[in-house]
Design a protein around this ligand. Structure first.
Ligand SMILES: Nc1ncnc2c1ncn2[C@@H]1O[C@H](COP(=O)(O)OP(=O)(O)OP(=O)(O)O)[C@@H](O)[C@H]1O
Ligand SMILES: [Mg+2]
Length: 272
C-alpha cells in the first residue's frame, strides 16, 4: 500500500502540506467508518478523494468540516496541530466545505447568496459594494453567470455549483473541499466546474475533490487518494496512474495496485 508519507508531493517537494492528517479513526457504534487514515494536501494542488460507497469519504470530510470529531488521530494545519470542534472552527481555520446539497437559498439572488450572513457595509448593507465584489469574484473564477441579480433558483446546476464554490471563497480559505461537485451535471456544466477547480488551484488553494467520476478525477486532480473500507488503499500521482489502477484500488481487486501494475507488464509482453 502506498501511503501519503511515501509519495513526494508533485509540485514542490520541499514545502510543507497545508493540511496533514494522520491516524484518523472514527467509529459509529459498531461501524468502523475510518481506521488510521492519512491525507496530505498542499497549496496549489487538487487531491481527489475516491472510494466506493461507504468507504468513509464523507466521514473524513465531516471531520475536517467540524461536523464530526475523530476518535483519535492528528490534524495539522500550516504546521501546527489543530482541533476542529465545530463548523465555525473549520471555517476560521481556513477550510471551506461545499456539501453536495450546496445549501443555497433558492429565492435569493446571487449576491445575497454569496454574502449571506457576511453582508458588507457599516450599519447599512452596502448592496452596490456587494454586487461589485460578486462580479469581481465570479470574474476571477471565469464563471459564466448571466446576472448576479437573478434568483439562484433560475440558475443551471453548474451555475449553482459555481455560486456555492464562489461563496466558500469569501472567507479566504486555504483548503476547499468539494463533495461530488459534478454528480448532477451535464457535459458542458461539468467542464465549467472542472475549469473552476483549475482556477482554485491557480489561486494557490488546496482542493479536496470527492468524486465517483474517474474522468473528472483524471482531468483535474494532481493526486488521487483511495479509501477502501475506511482505510487508505493507495495514493497515486494522476499522471502516473491508469483508470484501471484506480478502479483496482477502489474495489480491492489488489491490495497493492502500483506493484501489481508494474508486475503485470512483463506478463503482457510474454503473452504477445
Ligand atoms: N452518522 C452515522 N451514523 C452511523 N454510521 C454512519 C454515519 N455516517 C456514516 N456512517 C457509516 O460509516 C461508513 C462510511 O460512510 P461514509 O458516508 O463516510 O461513506 P462515503 O465514502 O461517503 O460513501 P458514499 O460514496 O456512498 O457517499 C458507512 O458504513 C456508513 O454507513
Ligand atoms: Mg459520501
Amino acid at each position: 500500500m502506498t501511503l501519503a508519507s511515501e509519495i513526494d508531493e508533485p509540485r514542490a517537494s520541499a514545502r510543507e502540506p497545508v493540511l496533514s492528517i494522520r491516524n484518523i479513526s472514527k467509529g459509529f457504534g459498531a461501524v468502523r467508518a475510518l481506521t488510521d487514515v492519512e491525507l496530505d494536501v498542499y497549496a496549489g494542488e487538487v487531491v481527489a478523494l475516491v472510494g466506493d460507497n461507504g468507504a468513509g469519504k464523507s466521514t473524513l470530510v465531516k471531520i475536517l468540516a467540524g461536523v464530526h470529531s475523530a476518535d483519535h488521530g492528528t490534524i495539522t494545519f500550516n504546521g501546527s496541530p489543530v482541533s476542529i470542534p465545530s463548523p465555525t472552527a473549520s471555517r476560521e481555520l481556513g477550510i471551506a466545505t461545499v456539501f453536495q446539497d450546496l445549501a443555497l437559498c433558492d429565492n435569493l439572488d446571487v449576491v445575497a447568496n454569496l454574502f449571506l450572513g457576511r453582508e458588507l457595509g457599516t450599519g447599512m448593507i452596502n448592496e452596490e459594494l456587494m454586487e461589485q465584489r460578486s462580479w469581481e469574484l465570479l470574474r476571477q473564477l471565469s464563471a459564466k453567470i448571466p446576472s448576479v441579480r437573478i434568483a439562484v433558483a433560475s440558475l443551471s446546476g453548474g451555475q449553482r455549483q459555481t455560486v456555492a464554490i464562489a461563496r466558500s471563497l469569501i472567507g479566504e480559505p486555504q483548503i476547499v473541499i468539494l463533495d461530488e461537485p459534478t454528480a448532477a451535471l451535464g457535459v458542458a456544466q461539468t467542464a465549467e466546474v472542472l475549469n473552476l477547480i483549475e482556477r482554485l488551484r491557480e489561486r494557490g488553494l488546496g482542493v479536496i475533490l470527492i468524486s465517483h467520476n474517474m474522468a473528472d478525477v483524471q482531468a483535474v486532480a494532481d493526486r488521487v487518494v483511495v479509501l477502501r473500507l475506511g482505510r487508505n488503499n493507495g495514493v497515486f500521482r494522476t499522471a502516473d496512474v491508469s483508470y484501471e489502477d484506480i478502479v483496482a484500488a477502489i474495489t480491492g481487486a489488489t491490495d497493492n495496485p502500483v506493484s501489481s501494475r508494474s508486475a503485470a507488464h512483463p506478463t503482457e509482453k510474454d503473452a504477445l
